[in-house]
Design a protein around this ligand. Structure first.
Ligand code: HEM
Length: 119
């Protein structure tokens, strides 16, 4: 069983939309983004679907994620990482996703977010 098999994809998608609504309002990090949060959110839905063991939607459209490399154009210190994770934690805990899935995803995203720190 993968986490993706036990979730309702709509709950994941709604969580990601709420996350980017928060990021769009967060002056610690919103200046980094190109401004089309609908498109950023769409890519994140594809990525997190495969991250949780679902179909490889991100890779099919964009190729290998190479997330660290894709984030190099943006200055990401511990400050930006913490802002990103704080918004993700609030989005997850206010979502309809199962509590175990929330915790599993947050723990894995903490590792990924650490890996994105490049300054
Ligand atoms: C640590 C703090 C982080 C910051 C400040 C940050 C910031 C950004 C920015 C500015 C973009 C470009 C948005 C766009 O082109 O639409 C982006 C893209 C993306 N980020 Fe992050 N990010 C962070 C962490 C993460 C983490 C932990 C993940 C893992 C889920 C992630 C996944 C993605 C994905 C999948 C994209 C789209 C890449 C693409 O195809 O262009 N990011 N991020």
């Amino acid at each position: 069983m993968t986490p993706y098999e036990v979730i309702d994809p709509t709950d994941l998608y709604d969580m990601i939309d709420y996350f980017y609504e928060r990021v769009a309002e967060d002056t610690r990090i919103n200046h980094l983004f190109p401004g089309d949060f609908a498109e950023t959110s769409r890519k994140q839905k594809q990525f997190l679907t495969q991250f949780l063991g679902g179909p490889s939607l991100y890779t099919e459209e964009h190729g290998h994620p190479m997330l660290r490399q894709r984030h190099l154009p943006f200055t990401i210190t511990q400050y930006e990482r913490d802002a990103w994770l704080e918004n993700m934690h609030i989005a997850l805990t206010s979502s309809r996703l199962d509590k175990d899935v929330q915790e599993y995803l947050y723990e894995r995203l903490k590792l990924t977010a650490n890996h994105m720190v490049n300054a």
